[in-house]
Design a binder for this molecule. Structure first.
Ligand SMILES: N[C@@H](CCC(=O)N[C@@H](CS)C(=O)NCC(=O)O)C(=O)O
Length: 218
C-alpha cells in the first residue's frame, strides 16, 4: 500500500490530489511541520518533521514523503511522477515520450514558477503582516509573466499541457501556480491559464481534498 506522509496544509496536497484523481489506493499518515509546533521534541509532540522516525524517511526534515514497499521518495513533484508511472491510465502514462513531457513541465513548475509564486503566498498570506513585502510580490508578478505566457500558449491547442487530457502535468503545474492566486494580477496576461486553473479547482477530487484539508487540525 502506498503511504503518503504529511499534512494537507503543505505540498503533501499534491500527492493526495494525484492519488484521488488516479483512483490509487493510499494511506495518509499525518506528519506536521516542526515549525508549527512549540516544541517538536517534546515527549507528547505529534509525529512531525523532526521526529526521529520521520528523519529516517527524509533526513531533509521535509514533507511530503511517499513509501511504496521498499521505495522511499521525497520531493512532491518527483513523487507525483513516480505515481503517474505506477498508475498509468489517463492521469499517468506508460509512454516514454509522454512521461518525459510530464517531467519537462514538472521541472518548469519547480524552477520557473514556484520560486516566484511562493513569494506571493508568503508576502500576501503567510507572513505576519509586519514582515510582508509588497515589493517582493511585485517582483514575483513580473518574473511570472514569461513562464505563464509560455504555459498559456501551450494550453491553446487542447486546454492541457500534455496529451490533450488532464494529467499529472496539470496537477504539478496547478499546484505551483496556485501560490500566485493571492495576486490575481499575476494571471492577467494569461487568460487560458486563468480558465484552466479554475477548471482544475472545479474537479471533484480537488473539492474532496480541500474538504479534508479544512477538517485537519489547524
Ligand atoms: N521541494 C520540496 C519542498 C518540501 C517542503 O518545503 N516542505 C515543507 C512543507 S510544504 C516542510 O516540510 N516544511 C517543514 C519545515 O520547514 O520544517 C517538495 O516539493 O517536496
Amino acid at each position: 500500500m502506498i503511504k503518503i506522509y504529511g499534512v494537507l496544509r503543505s505540498r503533501t496536497l499534491r500527492n493526495v490530489w494525484f492519488c484521488e484523481e488516479a483512483g490509487l489506493p493510499y494511506e495518509h499518515v499525518p506528519v506536521i511541520q516542526a515549525f508549527r509546533l512549540k516544541d517538536p521534541h517534546a515527549p507528547d509532540a505529534p509525529f512531525n518533521t523532526r521526529s526521529p522516525d520521520f528523519l529516517k524517511l527524509n533526513p531533509a526534515a521535509l514533507i511530503p514523503v511517499m513509501t511504496d514497499g521498499d521505495v522511499v521518495l521525497a520531493e512532491s513533484l518527483a513523487i507525483n511522477l513516480y505515481l503517474s508511472r505506477k498508475a498509468g491510465g489517463p492521469v499517468g502514462t506508460d509512454d516514454l515520450a509522454e512521461s518525459a513531457r510530464f517531467a519537462q513541465w514538472s521541472f518548469f513548475a519547480a524552477t520557473e514558477i514556484e520560486p516566484h509564486s511562493i513569494q506571493i503566498l508568503y508576502n500576501r498570506v503567510q507572513l505576519p503582516a509586519d514582515q510582508r513585502s509588497e515589493a517582493r510580490v511585485q517582483e514575483a508578478v513580473a518574473a511570472l509573466k514569461r513562464p505563464l505566457s509560455i504555459l498559456d500558449a501551450a494550453l491553446e491547442e487542447s486546454g492541457h499541457p500534455v496529451g490533450g487530457r488532464f494529467t499529472v502535468a496539470d496537477i504539478n503545474l496547478a499546484e505551483t501556480i496556485r501560490y500566485s492566486l493571492p495576486a490575481p494580477e499575476a494571471l492577467d496576461g494569461a487568460p487560458r491559464v486563468k480558465q484552466w486553473i479554475a477548471a482544475c479547482h472545479a474537479r471533484p477530487a480537488w473539492k474532496k481534498i480541500m474538504a479534508l484539508r479544512e477538517a485537519e487540525p489547524a
